[in-house]
Design a protein around this ligand. Structure first.
Ligand code: PMP
Length: 393
């Protein structure tokens, strides 16, 4: 046989068939994807600019408008995860040298600050303890002091388990001539949110939490006020991929008759996202908010009955989608999460950022938000506390 030109042989590991394990995905995300959404994602690929695809994109736009409660024309899904939408918001709304204020009560405000710094913005932050949130007066004062063009706030702080109040903040931002940017990756569909009524200028989410779609697409919407800023920039945004001038055309939001190729849409991911938004629309947004609230309360009561403590003291500030439990004293949280994964085939996670080592985090989102899931988690925790304790004595 002739000498092969190949110097890197075909990897042996690829000869094995991969089968994904079946798990209860009760961490802060991704959540379990129901068969109907998986099936949608398994449909054959069509061209990303075929008429059927443009129709799917239009359906997705309507679904996001419903989920966000907005009439904004500038509503799309970014090809990428929650972080991609976060950068899309900041990169398009802010020019180098402009001021950004971020509210930091967990990791997301820190990350938003870093993204804004990377594009040369002047960044200031207001900071509170993990588990806390900000009053309107604190926000008002900081906006008056720093005069930013953009204020970032996380609605569902998944690293600490806090749902931030939103009413009134949009008006405060506008009084200070500032755009109001909100992260609802972990809260959309699981806690009340009204983009238009609450005066939110830019809102983004993710596909892999309450929507129960695979990770990789991220809803985002811009108000008329935000569009005024985004489309009247002096400089181009640093990212070609995330430039809203391109994306607006790609999503048919710019009123131009022709769509110009920008990037190849993740076709299967859009099928799945469309299906997940269809399910939310079928179930009804308010029913979904209510179910998440009731299930979370049932869960919190069960935890307290077991003698566990909730990390967020203020009941009204508890995020219904992601619960933070004070890491049980005397236990190693890693041992608990590993035990539960190994023996119950169930994912819960430890803390993130400021809550590392302090909490266990349990996410019950979308289809996973049910009393049956709660019972499963409580049983797993009870078992882990028994076993992990014994192993320590
Ligand atoms: N914001 C919040 C509140 C989140 O919970 C997450 C995901 N954990 C993100 C942003 C980032 O999303 P992704 O991991 O999809 O990039």
């Amino acid at each position: 046989r002739a000498m092969s030109s190949i110097t890197v042989p075909p990897p042996k590991c690829l000869q094995k068939t991969f089968v994904a394990p079946r798990r209860h995905m009760f961490g802060p995300g991704p959540s379990n994807v129901p068969p109907r959404i998986l099936a949608a994602g398994a449909e054959p690929i069509i061209g990303h600019m075929h008429p059927e695809m443009l129709e799917i994109m239009s359906d997705i736009k309507s679904g996001i408008q419903y989920a966000f409660q907005t009439q904004n024309n500038m509503t799309i899904a970014v090809s990428g995860t929650g972080h991609t939408a976060m950068e899309c918001a900041i990169f398009n709304a802010v020019e180098p040298g402009e001021g950004v204020l971020t509210a930091v009560n967990g990791i997301w405000g820190e990350r938003a600050a870093e993204m804004a710094e990377r594009i040369g913005a002047r960044v200031n932050s207001i900071v509170t303890t993990a588990g806390g949130y900000f009053t309107s007066e604190e926000i008002d004062r900081a906006l008056a002091k720093h005069k930013p063009v953009l204020f970032f706030l996380t609605h569902g702080e998944s690293s600490t388990g806090v749902v931030h109040p939103l009413d009134g903040i949009g008006d405060i931002c506008h009084k200070h001539n500032c755009l109001f940017l909100v992260d609802c990756v972990a809260s959309m569909g699981g806690a009340p949110l009204h983009m238009d009524k609450q005066g939110i200028d830019i809102l983004y989410s993710g596909s892999q939490k309450v929507l129960n779609a695979p990770p990789g697409t991220a809803p985002i919407s811009f108000s008329e006020r935000a569009c005024q800023k985004v489309f009247n920039r002096k400089t181009k945004p640093v990212s070609f991929f995330l430039d809203m001038t391109w994306l607006a055309n790609y999503w048919g939001c710019d009123g131009k008759p022709a769509r110009i190729y920008h990037h190849t849409a993740p076709v299967s991911a859009f099928y799945s996202l469309r299906e997940s938004l269809a399910i939310l629309a079928e179930q009804g947004l308010e029913n979904s908010w209510q179910r998440h609230k009731e299930v979370a309360e049932y869960f919190h009561e069960g935890l307290e009955n077991m003698g566990l403590k909730l990390f967020v003291k203020d009941k009204n500030a508890r995020l219904p989608t992601v619960t933070t439990i004070v890491s049980p004293p005397g236990y190693d949280w890693k041992e608990i999460t590993s035990y539960i994964m190994k023996n119950h085939n169930l994912e819960i996670s430890g803390g993130l950022g400021p809550s590392v080592g302090q909490v266990l985090r349990v996410g019950l989102m979308g289809g996973n938000s049910s009393k049956a899931s709660v019972d499963m988690v409580l049983e797993a925790l009870r078992d882990a506390l028994r076993y992990c304790h014994k192993s320590k004595v």
